[in-house]
Design a binder for this molecule. Sequence first.
Ligand code: GDP
Ligand code: MG
Length: 428
Amino acid sequence: MNTAIVGINWGDEGKGRMVDLLSEEYDMVVRYQGGNNAGHTVVNPKGKFILNLLPSGILRDEVMSVMGPGMVIDLKHLSNETARLREGGVSITPEKLKISDKAVICLPYNVQQDILEEERLKDKKFGSTRRGIGPVYGDKYMKKTIRMGDLLYTENLMQKVRELVEWKNLLLGSYGAKADAEEIYEWLLCYGGEFKDYICDTGALLLDMEKQGKKIMFEAQLGALRDIDYGIYPYTSSSNTLAAYAPIGSGAPSMKLDKVIGIVKAYSSCVGEGPFVCELFGDEAHFLREAGGEYGAATGRPRRVGGFDAVATAYGVKLQGATEIAITKIDVLSALDKIPVCVAYELDGKVINGFPYPSLLDKCKPVVEYFDGWKQDISGVKSFDELPENAKKYLRYLQSRLEAKITYVSVGAVRDQFFKIEDDSLYK
Ligand code: GDP
Ligand code: MG
């Protein structure tokens, strides 16, 4: 069984939370794209953890975790993240964690470049996490990077670093900055040395596991609307966040997915810049942000918030090819008297079909409808039948706008705060 857990919206839907819950039934969890710009929060009996680079499966001792070739890895961050988790009682060993030899290393000068460019852009900035992710993916496609495997075959490493730094300094120099080859080399040896025993061909491993009938889960970072090709470009991430990319970004391009579980938040949030049609402002936004604790896990930035966006979500479900949906954070809406929902987009005064080309989004206006709230704590609810009538109505509405069936509903951040829907209650 190969299952992908992916975000349907702009990210922060609760993917880490769902991977933590569902990975109980899996042998392996693979992160297939992105870097330490991810912030996956997990609350389980071991405590509360924020994962940036490590797959959320790392919190389960019996699960093998894999960091695939589609990822970009800041070694210093990885070193700190593993240390932090070990302090929290999580075991991380070369048997339990495998890192692809083809994953690209995010170097200190990539971070430097990211910060310099965001500062140069001032109010036109992209809202980058400033962790070097855009620059390092750019370098990857220019074939000017160091990969994890290069830490195993080091004869020419210093020479390679020198050449890269010479090239990068042509660019950094134009910002009045500079990188140093010796420093980069030392950084690689210092933080890379620690992970030498973890590096392998993850593709061979995955195919072998599949042959043995093991269950493999693929964990996405960010959501469909941040996919570099299909999202709200250029306000996207710099990698493919979609389920279709999971096998490629994991090392085994020929693998097929049996299931794609799309994670949909019961309302919307978006970190950083870019068009966000369903956005709420003022007191309404403030109230929802506080109720949902919508502050970035990776950066602490306040997230922009909005009502559920039926247009963007339908597009996300299609892009992901979701076979099932998990709704998260519906408990947060218990605080609202009236629940706003963006039911359609209007462009030049006309309701449009589908999600438009990104540059048109700035001109789109949300068509908003309000649903009655239920004003009742639902964080302990264990079945659809136990929900207040208005929460049932709200979920039935969400189902009517989704092409895949809602099978899980999360009503809290803690591992067991959820229920399943296995019958047709949502279609009544
Ligand atoms: P991810 O990036 O998709 O993994 O999501 P984040 O971890 O960045 O953001 C989701 C936040 O909501 C985290 O703080 C979770 O602990 C929390 N969370 C997840 N599911 C629920 C839920 O159903 N209800 C509530 N109240 N919080 C949730
Ligand atoms: Mg997040």
